[in-house]
Write a protein that binds this ligand. Structure first.
Ligand code: SF4
Ligand SMILES: [Zn+2]
Length: 530
């Protein structure tokens, strides 16, 4: 008969747990202990919960080995930061896109049943509670979410009222700081040295909502990355699905965002009406090869035909066809094959609950895995950043080499610097340096702080999350970051007639740049190169 375990039982279990060395031993241990106590198989989560309770009650001492052993879903913190998505409340969107679903009570384009949506609904869309709860549950799972990449999702961010935006962002910082700031600026200031630092902040918006004023506004919020709903670069397709803007708007927004240092992500949609698998593939050849586009990040969403979206009726009337799963997999593999080293494919499908997708749409929610499983080895088909990130494969004895790749993008020059294994199969660290378009066209820049400046758009080390001040066998603290910064500074000094270098640091990353001789000017961290 299954027995309910008391705190005393757990403390006995913990004492024995100290002798367990690895995951394999842990499995054996859990089975043995469950049998001994006549309880159903104990999960890591149960053990962690009681561990944290015992710590609070001071009946157990902190044990790093136990925490590491019980760490759940370690992949979540392997890219160097933990991700937290925060959903905005329901609000009208200026778009009328035919494929976009609308459900009462949640922002347009989102659906109930998606994990982030369900969480947000439960927490009444409070940005504070969404952030706080995620931090707490990550800690409960054994992670140390000291570096947070916060993602604001839902509808078109730029269309929300300014006051709502300010409060929304402030509450995210408040939750990370564990205290309420007097105003947004105060909350940001606290976050510079807080335990949970926001080291990246992104929003989703439409290309036609990006202009100089919006850029200034995003910078004041501490935003460092923008996800643009691009969907297609074909004007006939955009027109047909009533996207409400042209591809030229995407080109313009890309330049404005990159020149201001933002990391740029494109959300692209496959299988829209008027396109075809061939046209979709050509679209990606353009996106990677045409300097007007070249995003840093990509989300590829095959059309998921939802009854809640107007496009469903066109499909019912035979106005277009849905690709078969085989066709789609073949297309995505071809796209992956031509993805450059400096792009990161973040997703290849949305988290839409399968029952919501009308027959004919893709139901395989682990499409990425299916594609990779069919390839001979992970890297045989995709050279994107994500597929090469070393994650737990890091071996401090392996030699990493500095690579430099220059490419023209959005009327400027991008210089992608990275530390990678010799064969470029494993990537440990990278930096995106931009020589902005105004350097080449001689125009005055609307952001005074960036006049005559090169821009560091991103610097990142990938691997197991390493809490600040705690050195682990991970690349974050191997000095790659410092070397990349020095290399970037030297390139600007020697090859360009620019006075300074400015980094678009998120609030929680400012200290890192201060340590490297950068000073806060306006919303950027700047170093004079004189
Ligand atoms: S802009 Fe985005 S949220 Fe708005 S209707 Fe179009 S797809 Fe939906
Ligand atoms: Zn990839």
């Amino acid at each position: 008969m299954a027995k309910f375990l008391s705190i005393k039982d757990y403390s006995e279990i913990f004492n024995k747990l100290r002798a367990v060395k690895n995951g394999k031993e842990l499995d054996v241990f859990k089975r043995r202990i469950s049998k001994q106590f006549g309880a159903p198989l104990i999960s890591n989560f149960q053990l962690l919960k009681v561990y944290h309770k015992s710590l609070k009650a001071k009946s157990a001492k902190r044990d790093k080995n136990i925490e590491n052993l019980l760490k759940m879903r370690p992949i979540r913190s392997m890219s160097g930061v933990v991700n937290i998505s925060v959903l905005t409340k329901e609000y009208p969107c200026p778009g009328k896109c035919l494929y976009c679903p609308k459900e009462k009570g949640i922002p347009k384009s989102y659906l109930s049943g998606e994990p982030a949506v369900e969480r947000a609904k439960m927490l009444k869309f409070s940005p504070y509670r969404q952030t706080k709860e995620r931090i707490e549950s990550l800690e409960m799972e054994g992670h140390e979410p000291e570096k947070i990449e916060a993602r604001i999702v839902g509808g078109t961010w730029s269309y929300y009222p300014k006051n709502y935006q300010i409060q929304f962002i402030k509450k995210i910082y408040d939750a990370a700081n564990d205290r309420t700031g007097k105003n947004l600026t105060a909350a940001q200031k606290s976050n510079e040295t807080a335990k949970h630092r926001i080291v990246a902040l992104s929003v989703e918006t439409r290309p036609d909502y990006i202009n100089e004023d919006e850029i200034i506004c995003l910078r004041n919020f501490g935003v460092t990355k923008v996800e643009l709903g691009v969907q297609s670069i074909y004007n006939d397709v955009l027109d047909f699905v009533m996207r409400g803007h042209t591809a030229e708007k995407t080109v313009e927004a890309s330049r404005l965002l990159k020149d201001a240092g933002f990391k740029l992500s494109y959300q692209m949609m496959l299988n829209l009406p008027k396109s075809s698998a061939e046209r979709d593939f050509e679209m990606f050849e353009q996106i990677f090869g045409n300097a007007d586009f070249k995003p840093d990040y990509l989300k590829i969403y095959p059309l998921a035909l939802l009854r809640e979206a107007p496009l469903y009726h066109l499909y019912k009337n035979n106005r277009f066809k849905i690709y078969s799963e085989d066709e789609l997999i073949d297309l995505i593999r071809k796209i992956k094959k031509i993805t450059p080293y400096w792009t990161r494919i973040e997703r290849v499908i949305r988290d839409i609950p399968a029952h919501k997708i009308f027959e004919g749409g893709v139901k395989t929610s682990n499409l990425r895995q299916v594609i990779h499983d069919q390839a001979d080895g992970l890297n045989a088909i995709c050279r994107c950043i994500r597929c090469r990130e070393i994650k737990a494969k890091y071996n401090p004895d392996e030699k990493f080499h500095l690579f430099r790749q220059d490419y023209e993008a959005s009327s400027g020059r991008e210089i992608f610097l990275s530390f990678e294994s010799k064969d470029r199969e494993k990537l440990a660290s990278f930096l995106r340096l931009r020589i902005p378009s105004q350097y080449f066209n001689g125009q005055k820049y609307f952001l005074k702080v960036l006049q005559n400046s090169a821009v560091i758009r991103e610097i990142k080390s990938v691997g197991v999350l390493t809490p600040v001040g705690q050195i682990k066998r991970a690349p974050q603290h191997k000095g790659f970051g410092r070397k990349l910064l020095e290399t970037a500074e030297n390139i600007v000094r020697k090859e360009f007639t620019l006075e300074k270098i400015a980094a678009i640091a998120a609030i929680g990353a400012r200290q890192y740049f201060r340590k490297n001789g950068y000073k806060l000017k306006d919303t950027y961290m700047v170093k004079d190169l004189g």
